[in-house]
Write a protein that binds this ligand. Structure first.
Ligand code: CO
Length: 496
């Protein structure tokens, strides 16, 4: 039997890894599997965990010997793992986007990517081609009868939740106009107003930016119905990937970022490579009142935010006059320049994500920022029942080493009250993706449940699904998937 790579008492020093192991995750997903029954390679699959674990991420990274410039430009591929009384089944499908189908037929990239992928044929072939390729690769959520594959600059694609068959682009029952942006980061309000809701947004950007904030019913016969809709316009170019909610507010952090479209138009760079950070207090918090809250109908508020760049927020909540938001900050916008190869990046040369807390005082408009941990992290979440509320725990992916940048190789649980940290690590040869905390049904304990995480196993060059106990991070089961899935993006748990 192969030696388990998940070796907690590794002989190698923590923080050491082989870049070849990490980079080996980047390749095309070669198979589409249907309802394949899987067994645990180690441990026991919890019988109380029933539902679907869905994950989205780039699955097509190369065509005709031509590589994407950045993995974020890879076509969306959805994996679905169904858990049913200890039985496990796997299905995976590429999202049949228009571009994916056209490129499959001709076997080459026909579109430019936002993060720098160019069509074959050099600058002249790319100049003035400003078509967007909706690659549906960022997140996957369930709304009504559809699974939605999300990509923030355009509409979602609807898929069948069981077969993963692509139904087509969805305008969410007439909510979205053709080509309208719809975020890949909806937040699920666990019931701040009685019923569970999905809160999401779309951004139209330019010299002024307009945020459309939308809330949808999630449960019952009206699931998917739009129940709240407002638009607010702000000064400045906005790059908003994520947001956070509390019962009263939708909170956006407008990164201090400038966009120079010229190299994009000239075919030299992808649109995402034309972004650059600005400093000195130009970042802003935009607080938009939710339509069901105390401040419904009021104008948004604008406050200074800390310098740095934020992709993801952990959570936000209200405490008296304060609104508190935890987010992962980079000191600069991390971009991969045209001459760089993403599989050969030097982790030391790019900024790491650091978890920080901002306490926004709604009376005097002062913002106080503190660092919660000096360790590189990403993809943090709370128990889904605590979204928008004050929780005690968070789970996230972190680097193996305690400071500086490195690949994500461990899962960390932070006690947000005592700052105590617990770890599970798959270093040196394993690499984690976003962990999902799944609460145990019928339990009121906040950290009672499991953490699901896809791990790139550098030993066997394949993907493992690891199930951890959410309370103590002990490993409960490891399922070796018959699939090699590149380092992915976001996913969802849908309980049965
Ligand atoms: Co994201």
């Amino acid at each position: 039997m192969e030696e388990p790579f998940l070796n907690h008492s590794s002989k190698r020093a923590s923080g050491q890894f082989d870049r070849e192991d990490w980079a080996s995750a980047y390749g095309n997903v070669e198979a589409e599997l249907t309802n394949i029954s899987l067994k645990a390679s180690r441990g026991k699959i919890p019988t109380e965990m029933n539902g679907f674990f869905y994950k989205n991420g780039p699955g097509r990274l190369e065509r005709n010997g031509h590589w994407v410039h950045h993995p974020f430009d890879g076509d969306g591929m959805i994996s679905a793992v169904q858990f049913s009384n200890g039985e496990v089944n796997l299905t995976n499908r590429f999202v049949r986007t228009k571009a994916w189908q056209e490129e499959e037929v001709l076997g080459k990239f026909l579109y430019r990517g936002v993060f720098g992928t160019q069509k074959e044929g050099g600058i002249m072939k790319n100049a003035f081609d400003v078509r967007l390729k909706n690659i549906a690769n960022t997140n996957v959520v369930k709304l009504g009868n559809d699974l939605l594959a999300l990509w923030e600059a355009a509409e979602p694609h609807a898929l069948d939740p069981i077969t993963l068959e692509t139904k087509g682009i969805s305008n969410l029952e007439g909510t979205l106009k053709k080509g309208e942006a719809f975020s890949a980061h909806p937040r699920f309000d666990p019931g701040h107003y009685g019923q569970k809701r999905m809160v999401s947004f779309g951004v139209k950007t330019g010299p002024k930016s307009t945020i459309r904030l939308m809330e949808f019913e999630v449960d019952g016969t009206n699931s998917g119905k739009l129940i709240s809709d407002r638009q607010d316009t702000f000064n400045g170019f906005a790059f908003l990937h994520d947001f956070a909610i509390t019962p009263n507010w939708a909170i956006f952090l407008q990164n201090a970022i400038a966009f120079n479209p010229i190299p994009f138009l000239l075919g030299q760079k992808g649109a995402g490579q034309c972004l650059s950070s600005q400093k000195n207090g130009r970042a802003k918090f935009w607080l938009i009142p939710r339509n069901s809250g105390t401040f419904a109908g009021e104008s948004p508020r604008e406050l200074d935010a800390p310098d740095g760049f934020v992709f993801h927020h952990l959570n936000a909540w209200e405490e008296g006059e304060e609104i508190i938001i935890d987010s992962i900050y980079y000191r600069d916008f991390p971009s991969i320049e045209p001459e760089e190869n993403f599989r050969e990046i030097n982790f030391d040369s790019i900024p790491e994500g650091i978890l920080k807390r901002c306490q926004i005082n709604s009376k005097n408009n002062k913002v106080k920022t503190t660092q919660l941990s000096p360790q590189c992290c990403e993809f943090a979440m709370v128990n889904p029942r605590f979204v928008g509320l004050k929780g005690s725990y968070s789970w996230m992916a972190s680097a193996a080493k305690k400071c500086g940048n490195g690949p994500l190789q461990s899962i960390k649980k932070i006690d947000l009250k005592s700052n105590e940290e617990l770890f599970w690590s798959c270093a040196p040869r394993g690499f984690v993706s976003e962990p999902l905390m799944v609460p145990k049904p019928n339990s009121n304990l906040e950290d009672d449940g499991w953490v699901l995480v896809l791990v790139w196993n550098g030993c066997r060059r394949g993907t493992d699904l690891v199930i951890l106990n959410a309370s103590n991070l002990h490993e409960e089961a490891v399922i070796e998937l018959p699939l090699s899935i590149p380092h992915g993006l976001h996913g969802t748990w849908v309980a049965e």
